[in-house]
Design a protein around this ligand. Structure first.
Ligand SMILES: C[S@@+](CC[C@H](N)C(=O)[O-])C[C@H]1O[C@@H](n2cnc3c(N)ncnc32)[C@H](O)[C@@H]1O
Length: 394
């Protein structure tokens, strides 16, 4: 331990207090894990995006590093360059408050074996190892460099959990069965492979996001013939699962806003995160994962919100309404009118009384079928989210 880190225990207690104050830390076992786990060992470096879009790096020993590491905040810990030369985030240390909210929700008990998807820094694996013992914790990441760093850090605290470089959608069959699976990256679909590695009655906690911002954390129970459960009432977002350890390419580009094509008007705000539940439910109406972006950025902000799907469908919606009418221009091209589909999903959600996440649940079956339901699994109201091209089919 260096002179700069001698005070970390007090900072870890402060972090536990901060997490408890937001209601995410309830049990003494998890509080003990936060207080005993040195986050600074797992985050020797973090990056912050500057207003000009570039990144600045803070390294252990820099002024403020230790204090920042023990704040209840996410920290970007790995960047990589895309083919276009842009720097993108490939790993981060999740906001501790969110991590603890998930760990509390996961309802682990002594003796449970837990698989984590997305090792990242190793901090969450360290919390799990403190709670359950390292021989009951398993964690995979697609990125070998991250796995090796995490293994070395975990080894500083004692015998490390089992770590592996692997595609998380496949789980870790050689070490199954597990009682719990927790994913700390988002997936477009829940892989049935996980069900095969879970004990009957076991739980999966995963951020299901078929498209950017479209989805939420869902807690599923393993039944013989299905995974089933409810979305968590509070929204959260993780970075998306990658297929390789290469940095993701810039999101499939919706390209320029269509200037020709079908024209109409809308009263809806086109920014997906302005209304998250109907944006998620709209995925059932859309022909594939939706790329979203802004075009025509001026001093007053972006002019157009643009949407694109892999089949070549494009929609552009003016961000600002016409001050006189309240309408926004809409342009749509390609095989599917994407914005019309979003509007239909909104209307249906309105007609249902605008249900929140707490009224939505999910059933996943071995054929990869994903059905979102309202209130009860066997009720009449549902949305078919099945996508056969999604990572979950692998
Ligand atoms: C938010 S970080 C995980 C944070 C981590 N649990 C921690 O405590 O630091 C998400 C991680 O998911 C990993 N990931 C992305 N695609 C993956 C895949 N296909 N399989 C396994 N891990 C993946 C990323 O490399 C990244 O490290």
């Amino acid at each position: 331990m260096t002179a700069t880190t001698t005070g970390w225990r007090e900072l870890a207690r402060r972090l536990a207090d901060e997490i408890a104050a937001e209601g995410a830390l309830r049990s003494p076992d998890w509080r003990a894990a936060v207080e005993a786990t040195p986050r600074h060992v797992f985050v020797p470096v973090f990056h912050r995006q500057r207003p000009d879009g570039g990144w600045s790096t803070t390294t252990c020993g820099d002024e403020g590093w230790l204090d920042e590491v023990y704040r209840n905040q996410p920290l970007v810990t790995a960047l990589a360059r895309t083919h276009d030369g842009d720097q993108v985030t490939v790993s981060s240390s999740t906001k501790p408050g969110l991590m603890l909210r998930m760990l509390e929700t996961l309802d682990v008990h002594d003796g449970h074996r837990v698989l984590e998807i997305g090792t990242g820094t190793g901090y969450n694996a360290a919390l799990l190892a403190h709670r359950l013992g390292p021989d009951r914790v398993f964690s995979v990441d697609i990125d070998e460099t991250l796995v090796e760093s995490a293994r070395a850090r975990l080894a500083q605290l004692g015998p490390p959990p089992t770590l592996a470089t692997a595609h998380g959608a496949r789980g870790l069959p050689g070490h199954a069965p597990f009682d719990r699976i927790i994913a700390t990256c988002s997936l477009p679909a829940v892989p049935w492979a996980w069900a095969g590695q879970l004990r009957e009655g076991g739980l999966v906690l995963v951020d299901l996001k078929p498209s950017t911002h479209a989805g939420n954390l869902v807690l599923l129970t393993r039944h013989t013939d299905r995974l089933e459960g409810r979305f968590l009432p509070r929204w959260a977002a993780f970075m998306a699962i990658r297929d390789t350890d290469n940095p993701p390419d810039a999101a499939l580009s919706p390209a320029a806003a269509p200037v020709a094509g079908h024209r109409s008007a809308t009263r809806l705000d086109p920014t997906p995160w302005s209304c998250l539940v109907p944006w998620f439910l709209a995925q059932a109406e859309l022909p594939g994962p939706v790329a979203f972006g802004h075009r025509g950025i001026t001093g007053e902000g972006p002019q157009w919100a643009v949407f694109g799907t892999p089949d070549g469908s494009r929609a552009a919606v003016r961000v600002q309404p016409d001050p006189a009418t309240g309408d926004r221009d809409v342009r749509q091209t390609g095989p599917v009118r994407l914005w019309d589909a979003v509007e239909r999903a909104h209307r249906r959600w309105d007609d249902l009384g605008r249900p929140g996440w707490d009224r939505l649940g999910l059933t996943v079956t071995p054929d990869g079928h994903h059905r979102v339901w309202l209130d009860t699994p066997d009720g009449a109201t549902g949305w078919d989210l099945t996508r056969h091209d999604a990572a979950g089919d692998r």
